[in-house]
Design a protein around this ligand. Structure first.
Ligand code: NDP
Ligand code: 2IT
Length: 447
């Protein structure tokens, strides 16, 4: 089998040699899915995975806009339409200076499996720009979003491709993007998710990724007769996903001791409670400040510059910032300090070496495509509500979100249970996600 996997990866590498993040995501899937394909005749000889690693369409475009000083700026915009076998392309937009084809292709590839796991009819896509929102005025953000949508609008639609937020794209940006789409198409449709509550958004969508990540952690702990109550929780990031992962951890009586951004992390020995979290949400979402400012308000806490929080003692770790933020050494430190559960809120935050450490130690480890699927699942619920021209209550959406996270957990067990009873959630998520998409592709023929 190893030779088959190596040969497959060599073949993919020829076309994607300079895309390390994309290759990393493909490798993880190939290692778990190719052995499954080999054992199941219907998938044999169809080059299914080879078809799945090739995006159906890659769109790259120029985005010109004028900054507050009257200077003309040029950025690059993208949309990767990865797979539409089970529904319209669906996935977020990322605005960050690091954005390139490799990063967006890895995210789009992961999204195909994640969306399949949600049980909802959504294909996979991802997009974004190398635009850096940091330090930009609201007017600059608006002009950029409008310029970006003036091209993207040609390629998307409520039955074609439905973008949403990701790093650097939140409620403010979705508003500007929606406004321009509506003007250009003269249509009020559910073309984006993560919309405001008064113009077609779904309750719980802002909370969904973080909440879902914690619901998944809770499910994993429950499978061991345990729970989050009284557990020390270490979280990275301080954006949308991290904030609501912290909120739900607090609701479930965990003690959250860290949050971070790209400058470093804060450690609060007394625990970040609801009041302190409210301060952080205002600091990050309204004042658009830095996490280091937390210690000005709460001097008992410390700010550790330039470091990630994985050296702090915890029971549960929730990486919620970005890809490859937790490496093999970090994993060893977490294990040494007694961590028993890792639920990824970010996409691919753990490196291959880190995952291998977690598996060797046989702790509970959930890959982002399973544990952070609550965000896109609730986007799917937003699409449903838009089609129905109806809004569900907070309780209704939250209960559907919980059910979906539970179904994903069950699917991981179905396909990921090892002979000794250990659940390999990576294998489980990859195979469960694959089967649904592969069956649809087989039914639709070579297209
Ligand atoms: P936000 O932009 O709201 O927050 C991102 C956070 O991560 C910030 O604290 C940011 O710090 C930090 N961060 C970003 N890039 C880096 C980096 N290179 N190094 C260190 N820290 C970094 O994004 P989200 O919270 O929405 O997204 C976080 C993760 O969750 C991403 O991996 C995203 O793909 C994933 N995700 C998001 C979903 C959603 O619904 N929003 C759904 C599923 C997954 P700083 O401000 O310093 O940049
Ligand atoms: O990575 C992700 O799942 C997201 N950024 C959310 C995508 C969506 O369409 O809600």
């Amino acid at each position: 089998m190893k030779e088959k996997i190596d040969a497959f990866l060599e073949q993919v590498k020829v076309r994607n040699a300079h895309e390390p993040e994309f290759m990393q995501a493909v490798e993880e899937v190939a290692e778990t899915v190719l052995p499954y394909i080999a054992k199941h005749e219907i998938y044999n000889g169809k080059n299914i995975l080879l078809r799945m690693v090739e995006p159906e369409r890659v769109i790259s475009f120029r985005v010109c806009w004028v900054d507050d000083d009257g200077e003309i700026q040029v950025n690059r915009g993208y949309r990767i339409q990865m797979n539409s076998a089970i529904g319209p392309y669906k996935g977020g937009l990322r605005f960050h200076p690091s954005v390139n084809l490799s990063i967006l292709k890895f995210l789009a590839f992961e999204q195909v499996f994640k969306n399949s796991l949600t049980t909802l009819p959504m294909g996979g896509g991802k997009g974004g720009s190398d635009f850096d929102p940091k330090g930009k005025s609201d007017n600059e953000i608006m002009r950029f979003c409008h310029a970006f949508m003036s091209e993207l609008s040609r390629h998307i639609g409520p039955n074609t491709d439905v973008p949403a937020g990701d790093i650097g794209v939140g409620g403010r940006e979705i508003g500007f993007l929606f406004g321009m789409y509506k003007k250009l198409r003269n249509e009020f449709t559910g073309v984006l998710t993560g919309k405001g509550m008064s113009w077609g958004g779904s309750k719980i969508r802002p909370e969904a990724t973080g909440y879902g990540t914690v619901y998944f952690a809770q499910k994993m702990l429950e499978s061991k007769g345990d729970s989050l109550e009284g557990k020390t929780v270490v979280i990275s990031g301080s954006g949308n996903v991290a904030q609501y992962a912290a909120e739900k951890s607090i609701h479930l009586e965990g003690k959250v001791v860290t949050l971070s951004d790209s400058s470093g992390y804060i450690y609060d020995e007394d625990g970040i409670d609801e009041d302190k979290l409210k301060f952080i949400m205002d600091l990050k979402n309204v004042k658009r400040g830095r996490i280091s400012e937390y210690v000005d308000e709460y001097p008992n806490a410390k700010f550790v510059k330039g470091e990630t929080p994985w050296n702090e003692k915890c029971d549960v770790a929730l990486p919620c910032a970005t890809q490859n933020e937790l490496n093999g050494e970090d994993a060893k430190n977490l294990l040494k300090n007694g961590c028993i559960c890792v639920s990824e809120g970010a996409n691919m935050p753990s490196t291959k070496e880190a995952i291998s450490e977690f598996h060797k130690a046989k702790i509970l480890f959930a890959p982002g495509k399973a544990s952070n699927a609550g965000g896109v699942a609730t986007s799917g619920l937003e699409m449903t509500q838009n089609s129905l021209r109806y809004n569900w209550s907070r309780e209704e959406v939250d209960s559907k979100l919980k059910d979906i996270m539970e179904d994903i957990h069950d699917a991981c067990i179905e396909y990921g249970k090892e002979d000794d009873g250990y659940i390999d959630y990576v294998k489980g998520a990859n195979i469960a996600g694959f089967v649904k998409v592969a069956d649809a592709m087989l039914a639709q023929g070579v297209v």
